[in-house]
Write a protein that binds this ligand. Structure first.
Ligand SMILES: Cc1ncc(COP(=O)(O)O)c(C=O)c1O
Length: 375
């Protein structure tokens, strides 16, 4: 059986990882400044993470969510401690799209309404609504039947109020920093207004922190810089350092309803063990502080490269906007200089999402490679 064609594949086969590096079959070492789309948060094969998974699989790898799993409680407590997000409840699932599916469902169940607002250039996942074709009315929210959505301009407070006023909006979903879209961030006024307007018109504000969360921006969540409190927060990617795990934090003012959410694999023992070790390493090694410090270093160094027109993002969610389309540059960085970087919908933007324990010297290597390629 052949594999279904999903992404265009680069002709490299990594077989081993170590910290910020991956190695191919021939032993060639690559600097990973992309972390497999922001997934590798504490480095490849981090020993704390490896031990946590090994120890757990020797004890119990999986049992269903119909039994108590103390590892879920430990994960939730550590997540609260490190993020500072109090009075939320955690629902665990397996991926970012699944987290957002559940977030939309929570918004719709809670409000009894069916319309969701999203923004230009947003990216929230690739699934397409299986509850709609599940013959069990008790787990369907109004949104699941209708899939009514409205797209608005990012940063447009007036437009948002105009839609919310209509009274049929269940939720507003946004990325505080748009990842795939190209690292755009709206103004603090916009996020504050979105938060207040959602309260006023009784809609649920969903912050999709799947890419920007887990310390990547230098704060645990990107929204924290803007001083808002979303009703629901989606998480995944960096949460498991490669082990599939996602989740939503749901404000405790939104009551749980029997049957509303559920999953077979979500929050299983192995995933939780991986997730706990990630939080431990982020805390012990002060990786949020590192993310913020490295950003400052990158800011200094880009002055040496006139082809870079703009630095976007925060912390280790970095976008370098060039004055030309970067597809060829990315390929050359990878094949000639052995540095992994990422792209975005904005074709001139190089996306850099390295492990959070990356060091200045790794960026030195990157900037040297960049200068060679740009010569
Ligand atoms: C902001 C955001 N939300 C959701 C997703 C979807 O996550 P997943 O691929 O784990 O389903 C992504 C993936 O890139 C993302 O960047």
């Amino acid at each position: 059986m052949q594999l279904f064609d999903v992404y265009p594949l680069y002709d490299i086969t990594p077989v081993k990882g170590e910290g910020p590096y991956v190695f191919d079959e021939a032993g060639t070492k690559y600097l990973d400044l992309y972390g497999g789309h922001a997934v590798i948060s504490i480095g490849h094969s981090n020993p704390v993470y490896v031990d946590a998974i090994k120890n757990q699989v020797e004890k119990l790898g999986f049992y269903s969510n119909s039994i108590k799993n103390p590892l879920q409680e430990e994960l939730a407590q550590k997540l609260e401690d490190l993020s500072g997000c109090k009075d939320y409840s955690l629902f665990l699932c397996n991926s970012g799209a699944e987290a957002n599916e559940n977030a939309l469902k929570v918004a719709s169940f809670h409000t009894g309404k069916s319309r969701i607002i999203y923004f230009n250039n947003a990216f929230h996942g690739r699934t397409s609504g299986v509850v709609a074709v599940t013959d069990n009315e008790s787990i369907k929210a109004p949104f699941n039947a209708k899939h009514e959505v409205t797209k608005l301009a990012f940063d447009d407070v007036e437009g948002l109020e105009g839609e919310l006023k209509k009274g049929d909006v269940a939720g507003v979903i946004l990325e505080v920093i748009q990842g795939v879209g190209g690292l755009d961030e709206a103004s603090t006024e916009f996020y504050k207004a979105a938060s207040e307007l959602c309260k006023k018109y009784k809609a649920v504000l969903i912050a999709d922190e799947v890419q920007s969360g887990y310390g990547r921006t230098g704060e645990f969540f990107a929204f924290q810089k803007h001083g808002i409190r979303p009703d629901v927060i989606s998480i995944a990617k960096g949460m498991g350092n490669g082990f599939p795990i996602g989740g939503i934090l749901i404000d405790n003012s939104i009551p749980a309803r029997s049957g509303m959410l559920g999953t077979t694999f979500g929050g299983n023992h192995l995933a939780c063990a991986a997730g706990i070790s990630v939080l431990d390493v982020i805390k012990e090694e002060k990786l949020m502080e590192n993310a913020a410090a490295i950003y400052e270093y990158v800011k200094e160094r880009i002055a040496e490269i006139p082809q870079i027109k703009k630095l976007k993002g925060r912390g280790l969610m970095i976008g370098l906007e060039f004055d030309f389309e970067i597809a060829a540059l990315r390929k050359e960085l990878l094949f000639q200089n052995h540095v992994f970087t990422g792209a975005a919908s904005n074709k001139k933007l190089l996306r850099i999402l390295p492990p959070l324990n990356i060091k200045k010297e790794h960026f030195d290597t990157f900037f040297e490679a960049l200068k060679i390629v740009l010569k």
